[in-house]
Design a protein around this ligand. Sequence first.
Ligand SMILES: [Ca+2]
Length: 429
Amino acid sequence: MTTDHRIIVSKCRTIALASFVAVSASLAAASSPAPPLAPAANSATQEGKVAKPAPMPKLKLQRVAPEVVLRRPVQVVFEPGSDKRMYVVEQAGRILVIDPADREAKDAPVFLDMRKRVNSRGNEEGLLSFAFHPDFAKNRAFFTYYTAMNDDKKRVEILSRWTVDSETQVAKPDSEQILITVDDPYSNHNGGTVLFGRDGMLYLSCGDGGAANDPLFSGQDLGSLLAKILRIDVDHPEGDRPYGIPKDNPFISVAGARPEIWAFGLRNVWRMSFDRVTGELWAGDVGQNQYEEVDVIVKGGNYGWNAREGLHEFPGGQPGKFGSDYINPIVEYSHSDGVSITGGYVSRCAQYPTMDGIYLYADLVSCHIWGLRAEKGALLAGPEILLTTHNQLPTSFGQANDGSLYLVTFEGSQDPRAKGAVWHIAPAQ
Ligand SMILES: [Ca+2]
């Protein structure tokens, strides 16, 4: 979501093709005690020649349930095993269910209404993300990540677990169990995506807490959960914690470090996703004044905030921290091409083979959707603009069980009452 004080955007800018800086995959060792797992850096064939990647198709959109009114939709999630049940997250705190094949739908049943628990006053506050447990079919569990005000009227970010009523297929309103509460100093930069990896672990992205410039220097502080990606085991509580710490988390033996941390130095990962084939974790990290970045997240990785913004030294960054000991983004783009990155997904849909392996991402303000191909952290092709949505502001992407992709947008503005839409993505030809 957008950063700083650019709150209201009434019209998307149309911008020429991005002048990206493509970044090689020569990943430097992190400045952290535990080194990251550095991806390999080439896609050479056995003959030593680099295979030419397939061209990327332009994209087209088809609106889902066009008569259903949505307010500030920020995510779509599909029920495991059922592409007929698409869950749309409204930022104010509701989750609605839509059958994307039903083009005549007039309204959408409410799966969860937690608006009274959510603080959605700030542009970046609200119910931000939701995920089903991998064993949802058995345990009927799901998870939410949202901003709230605690009993002392202080801002907090909350990760919690809920249960669904199997008969009604609606969330049990009294089933919330809070797993993590993070003190949040400012209204902006709250992350955040919650999702599960193929390893069965829950991953959560937390922003740096807000204001500007990372004033608490949370990015490089392993004692803080802010500006991090966390990884926890929700199935094995330990002691006082309602969750477990995976034994292979990178900082469990580091004095003063929070053991939940998987990666750090990330300013505000609004959206992230796993590639279903490779298992790689892709993140769009929202920049401050100049650069947005696409990152592939690795264990223990340090992505440089606030010493760096993208590849560049950040003015006002933590003294003495700028250097080369950070993992480079796959690509960065400057604020001449957009203002706030919306991370997407790697397309993995048998119906659309020309899109296979393309990572899609967008910018909330310029409304471009780009595609790129990468392999093991090395850029192979792109990024190219595959579509510009103009007056539809891309807030999120979603992926169905069949691997096909969806786009979520605000219509025209980020006004607090803005309507929104969900779109199915397909190749234009
Ligand atoms: Ca915040």
